[in-house]
Design a protein around this ligand. Structure first.
Ligand SMILES: *Cc1c(COP(=O)(O)O)cnc(C)c1O
Length: 398
């Protein structure tokens, strides 16, 4: 983990002449002035050796793009107004009417909603596949399949798939694959080298909204690639859709990036401590944390993320089936430090109660018998205070 993090901090930024501060400037612009008509006409918007228009990049946004590429081991990066906009950018760039996209059944919900809504309306079909069964993915890839989404672990139920196996299936079928790498944040594993021999996803997207921002105060996404032609396809759509980001938001992420690995580790350590403690509680039927033994896909997490021993600050628990939704809701309402909210990755710990069966289509049966699930995002508070908060809320259950 140390190399990309060090490179992230010691980045070859060149400050303006005579102002040798290492922190980058914040440049804001809608328009960029050209010195003459020849320069205006010859400006190639596709390259980063100059500027065209505020929407297409400023020195500030280019810098964040370069640092994210450094962190992720990618070659190109595009910033989008949100993580979901990054997903949309990839879908809209790579899919045309008549094409099909495959999405894991446990994917981030709005990814599926986009497929069920706009994509369907435009004649782009989708299928949900079981990410824990590579053979299911292989079976579903057909002549119309143009894109496979991957997520590790899945949202909310946190199953960790055999990511290298899924990517190999896409490679063998000649279908592009895009990973939603928000959980890994470029730290838990390398999306562009999954097996130590260069096995790579085609595209890695991030919700910078989460750990890279870390403040709970920015919405932004990123699309990372290694292939110039894939990048250009996505960039063209990015431009046509008018996707831009604000310089103040870019600055906030740039400021947070150097502490990303420290924060990620702190969230991770505290989350594992709380998850292990919850596992000992009689109210809890199952702890869904990929780094904890017994969780679905733990062995895949161990082989991909074990060398870096990294696992973010997210986990879920399934309550014993004897507890009703109303009781679990009351547990959540009793929490004082853990707040009710969705967008994780910031300093404040969060919970969301979910009805698991409603989140799943294909494998709903497997979850239907289970109790109510609560997803935890562990913030940066003192872990003893968080545990005491959980204990007092659990006491209200019985
Ligand atoms: C939050 C999240 C997103 C979307 O990010 P926004 O910036 O909120 O749009 C995408 N994927 C995953 C896995 C997320 O957790």
């Amino acid at each position: 983990m140390s190399k990309p993090i060090t490179d992230l901090i010691h980045h070859p930024y060149v400050p303006p002449e005579g102002f040798a501060a290492p922190q980058p400037g914040v440049f804001k612009a809608s328009t960029v002035i050209f010195p003459n008509t020849a320069a205006l006409r010859s400006r190639d918007w596709k390259t980063k050796d100059g500027y065209t228009y505020g929407l297409h990049g400023t020195p500030t946004s280019f810098m964040l793009e370069e640092r994210l590429a450094t962190l992720e081991g990618g070659q190109q990066c595009l910033l989008t107004p949100s993580g979901l906009a990054a997903i949309m950018n990839v879908d809209f760039a790579l899919l045309k009417s008549g094409d099909e996209v495959l999405i894991p059944d446990n994917a981030y919900g709005p990814n599926k909603a986009l497929a069920e809504g706009e994509l369907k309306g435009w004649g782009i079909t989708h299928q949900l596949y079981d990410p824990m069964d590579p053979a299911d993915l292989a079976r579903r890839i057909g002549p119309a399949t143009r894109l496979v989404w991957l997520e590790a672990p899945g949202s909310v139920t946190m199953e960790f798939p055999d990511l290298p196996a899924l990517v190999r299936i896409c490679r063998a079928a000649g279908v592009r694959c895009a990973l939603d790498n928000t959980w890994g944040a470029g730290l838990a594993f390398c999306a562009f080298d999954l097996d130590g021999h260069g096995l790579a996803v085609d595209i890695s997207i991030h919700a910078l909204t989460k750990y890279p921002s870390g403040g709970g105060d920015v919405l932004m996404g990123a699309v990372l690639t290694r292939d110039e032609s894939v990048h250009l396809d996505i960039k063209l759509t990015h431009m046509r859709l008018g996707l831009g980001v604000g310089a103040n938001d870019v600055e906030a992420v740039l400021r947070s990036l150097p502490s990303l690995s420290l924060r990620y580790r702190a969230h991770d350590v505290a989350a594992r401590e709380l998850a292990l403690w919850l596992k000992t509680r009689p109210e809890v039927a199952q702890v869904l944390h990929p780094a904890i033994e017994g969780a679905p896909g733990h062995e895949h997490w161990a082989s991909l993320c074990g060398p870096r021993d990294a696992a973010a600050g997210l986990f879920s628990i399934v309550f014993q089936p004897s507890y009703s939704q109303a009781q679990v809701d009351a547990f959540c309402d009793c929490l004082r430090l853990f707040k009710l909210g969705y967008s994780w990755g910031g300093p404040i710990s969060l919970v969301v109660p979910y009805q698991v069966a409603s989140l799943r289509s294909g494998q709903a049966a497997q979850w239907r018998s289970k109790g109510v699930l609560v997803r935890f995002s562990v913030g940066l508070e003192d872990v003893q205070d968080l545990r005491a908060d959980l204990a007092q809320a659990l006491a209200h259950l019985s």
